[in-house]
Design a binder for this molecule. Structure first.
Ligand code: SAT
Ligand code: MN
Length: 580
């Protein structure tokens, strides 16, 4: 196979000349190709077949133990000018970055197959979708890209029609952490990633393309590329709403996108459009419409069980690739919080010994096509996307942030998004549980200066008067004994209901300095295991703590200097004044 697109042909030739692969394979995305790649990896021991009776067509991949999460300190945005990348990114001068990366890539595919993986982010016939090509020497990447994106022939045909695509060059190299770099060249629509075979470092369609490069394209073209799930909610009366919600990695996006209504809210239907990324465009009427650029999920495994997320639990019973989980004596995948079974072999392939830590890596993942999701919404394939009624920001915070509040308007909502803070998780290497600012949950993923990004967000306020309302939620509040105050999971629908009622103008609110909060009677607790006292604590706004928080937000925002839009500072001052 080859292509009629001369730029792609040339790039493949140049890359082959640099990396010197033994052979080149153009991925067509067929079932036969998928099976052949799985067989190849099974033969090499890169994949282990799991119990074919209980987990048909499921496989385990163990990544290198040093290569189990995104590496933010090794991820770079290489714009000609450092200020364009902003204080939110690591920066390398593009010439220097190319030299360093090309040095690593030189000869790195000797004896290996080079896969050329054309893919489309978004429904193949959507004007909002964008294509890319990943060149990789990893068969694991190729099969994951097939599950996660619209990969293969149809994508290549679209590239040949449009002539435009993002280039992503990837090699696992020798997996030496000292020779591991993930670099982005936004104005060349180019990614070069070396030395990792894991998730967001290696599946370049996901965070590298659909967020870092796409956020840059979006700023230029007037849309938004966001780290958001998209969920469809249908009330018992048949009223439908679509909500987009941004949370940092491993804070429950997949669970919220696949939520199962509690028994007391029977009659509600919740369906998934996407679980990680949303591309948002204004249509001709000024409605904000969202597509999910992905077509599969790369979800956190630990904690998945029939009570927390029955949909996900059932979804990963077949045709799933597991990465870094443990296995039982019956060769079933096992993870902490599975609810049954015992691990025999840990995620590193050693006999399980609790002294070595958890059996499954805390950032172990499943890769599965979205089609297998019992709550899949066919609207995920609509080329026009879905109209968004509400945008939600959230983080993982044991204190301060209430269960839910609504921003006063779009401008205030942008400040609320810019102020998001969250405790770090195992999705990235580094210390877990440290609270850091993670604006719009995009700290690791915004491909340019946050100051300019917030200005871009604010510009939507001038372009439409039909924008979604903006909310902030926190499912992770704890009491002084460290117990969660809110049950989360299915019960989060109680909060989503209030949000929809606000959007529809059906419910009042308590006006506070930080925004509009529900009155306790506005959250339906019928059938929920939440005491009146807990709800009171969840909805409290403590002025003294918020004054401290606002000081910390201000010093964070000031890091962006003259790139920081004045409007955000004005919004900030208004909150401080209202706190008294
Ligand atoms: O490693 S990924 O970026 O794909 C997952 C995540 O951190 O959200
Ligand atoms: Mn994510």
């Amino acid at each position: 196979m080859t292509t009629s697109n001369a730029a792609l042909r040339r790039w493949v030739e140049e890359t082959a000349a640099l990396t010197k692969p033994a052979s080149i394979h153009w991925c067509d995305g067929s079932d036969g190709e998928y099976r052949a790649l799985l067989d190849l990896m099974l033969g090499r021991g890169d994949l282990i077949r799991l119990n074919p009776e209980t987990y048909p067509n499921c496989y385990l991949h163990r990544s290198d133990p040093t290569d189990v999460a995104r590496v933010e300190h090794l991820t770079f945005v290489c714009t000609p000018d450092k200020a364009t990348a902003g204080p939110n990114n690591n920066w390398l001068e593009p010439g220097e970055a190319h030299r360093r990366m090309d040095g690593l890539f030189a000869g790195c595919m000797q004896g290996r197959t080079m896969y050329v993986v054309p893919y489309c982010m978004g429904p193949i016939d959507s004007p909002y979708a964008r294509c890319g090509v990943e060149i990789t020497d990893s068969a694991y990447v190729a099969v994951n890209m097939r599950l996660m994106t619209r990969m293969g022939r149809a994508a290549l045909e679209r590239i040949e029609r449009e002539g435009r695509f993002v280039r992503g060059l990837h090699s696992t190299g020798d997996l030496n952490p000292d020779r591991r770099f993930i670099t982005h060249f936004p104005d060349e629509l180019l990614i070069k990633s070396f030395g990792s075979g894991y998730g967001g470092n290696a599946l370049l369609g996901k965070k590298c393309h659909a967020l870092r490069i796409a956020s840059w394209q979006a700023a230029d073209e007037g849309w938004l590329a966001e780290h958001m799930l998209i969920v469809e909610l249908e009330s018992p009366a048949g009223e439908r709403h679509y909500v987009a919600a941004a949370f940092p990695s491993a804070c429950g996006k997949t669970n919220l996108a696949m939520l199962i209504p509690p028994e007391s809210l029977a009659g509600w239907k919740v369906r998934t459009i996407g679980d990680d990324i949303a591309w948002l465009h204004l249509d001709a009427e000024g409605t904000l419409r969202a597509i999910n650029p992905e077509s599969g999920y790369f979800g956190v495994v630990p904690g998945t069980n029939p009570d927390t997320n029955r949909n996900a639990f059932d979804m990963i019973r077949r045709d799933t690739i597991f990465t870094n989980v443990a296995v039982t004596a019956d060769n079933e995948p096992w993870w902490e919080g599975k609810g049954h079974g015992t691990p025999a072999i840990d995620w590193q392939g050693r006999p399980y010994d609790p002294a070595n830590g958890p059996a499954a890596h805390p950032n172990s993942r499943f890769t599965v096509t979205a089609r297998q999701n019992p709550s899949y919404s066919p609207m995920a394939d609509d080329p026009a996307g879905v109209p968004i009624s509400a945008i939600i920001f959230g983080g993982r915070r044991r204190e301060l942030a209430p269960l839910v509040y609504q921003a006063k308007d779009w401008q205030h909502g942008v400040l609320v998004g810019a102020s998001v803070a969250s405790e770090t998780t195992a999705a990235a290497t580094g210390k877990v549980g440290v609270t850091r600012r993670d604006p719009m949950a995009m700290k690791p993923f915004c491909g340019y200066n946050f100051g300019d990004y917030w200005r871009h967000w604010l510009s939507f306020g001038e372009r439409s008067d039909r924008l979604p309302a903006i909310f902030h939620v926190n499912w992770f509040r704890q009491d002084d004994q460290g117990r969660f105050l809110w049950p989360g999971f299915g019960d989060n629908l109680r909060v989503l209901r209030w949000i929809i009622d606000r959007v529809e103008g059906r419910v009042g609110a308590r006006e506070t300095a930080i925004g509009h909060l529900p009155r306790p009677e506005d959250i339906d607790l019928n059938g929920a295991d939440v005491s009146a006292d807990a709800l009171k604590a969840l909805l409290a706004v403590e002025p003294a703590s918020w004054r401290t928080e606002m000081e910390s937000i201000e010093s964070y925002l000031q890091e962006y200097g003259n790139r920081l839009p004045d409007v955000l500072l004005e919004q900030h001052r208004a909150v401080v004044r209202a706190l008294g």
